[in-house]
Design a protein around this ligand. Structure first.
Ligand SMILES: N[C@@H](CCC(=O)N[C@@H](CS)C(=O)NCC(=O)O)C(=O)O
Length: 212
């Protein structure tokens, strides 16, 4: 069978999702560690975002589509449940994570610290201050869910948990989100459990760029 290629830089939370899915399934892959909009990515994705995937003649972009393909094509534990309600819960949380949680916590908030775009590289206070009121409700939503269930949407580990995990991994690195993380014991316990899985250990991203 052709080698699976996962294309994208390992510090990307979405690339880590796809890599963790491979490790959970026991699927070997080659990582092509390139940045967004590089020729390798643009050859597959018209949008240029990472990850992209190549498997023989099959090429895909978009994390959910790549993970769905890997889950369906390869043997190993199912990451997307087949029982209808469990599948819907998994889809619900994946959608909430990729459209809302990622947008508020990473794109609106953390980027203000890690990729501020300021002349001296200092945190983008205007961006951070605008985002801070929005991050508390996201933490509260996750804490409520993980108080009700051991995992997102139920009591079994699924792709929804993988989708959220790499993002939560970044949260202790900025002060406001670190404080909220400490105040969210169920989210912290969920994180610690997944952080100990071999799929998480095998895909630890390189350190973020230094902050001034
Ligand atoms: N909807 C895409 C989002 C992927 C995404 O935003 N990737 C980021 C890196 S984590 C990226 O490529 N950013 C470059 C850009 O937005 O141009 C997916 O689910 O794969």
């Amino acid at each position: 069978m052709s080698t699976l290629q996962i294309i994208g830089a390992p510090m990307s939370n979405f690339v880590r999702v796809v890599r963790m899915a491979c490790h959970e399934k026991g699927v070997g892959y080659d990582l092509v560690a390139v940045r967004p909009h590089s020729p390798e990515v643009k050859a597959i994705s018209p949008i240029g975002k990472i990850p992209a995937m190549r498997h023989g003649d099959v090429t895909l972009f978009e994390t959910r589509a790549i993970c769905g393909y890997i889950d369906a094509v390869f043997p190993g534990p199912k990451l997307i449940p087949s029982e209808p309600l469990a599948a819907a819960m998994c889809e619900q949380w994946m959608s909430a994570v990729t459209t809302h949680v990622d947008n508020v916590l990473l794109r609106q908030y953390l980027i203000g610290y890690f990729f501020p775009g300021t002349p001296d590289g200092s945190p983008d206070r205007a961006r951070i201050d605008a985002a801070v009121p929005k991050i508390g409700p996201v933490f509260a939503m996750l804490e409520v869910e993980l108080t009700k269930h051991r995992y997102l949407g139920g009591d079994s580990f699924t792709l929804a948990d993988i989708m959220l995990f790499p993002l939560v991994n970044f949260l202790p690195r900025a002060p406001e989100s670190a404080a909220l993380m400490q105040a969210s014991p169920h989210l912290q316990a969920w994180f610690d459990g997944i952080n100990a899985r071999p799929s998480a250990v095998a895909t630890v991203p390189p350190p973020p760029p230094p902050r001034s």
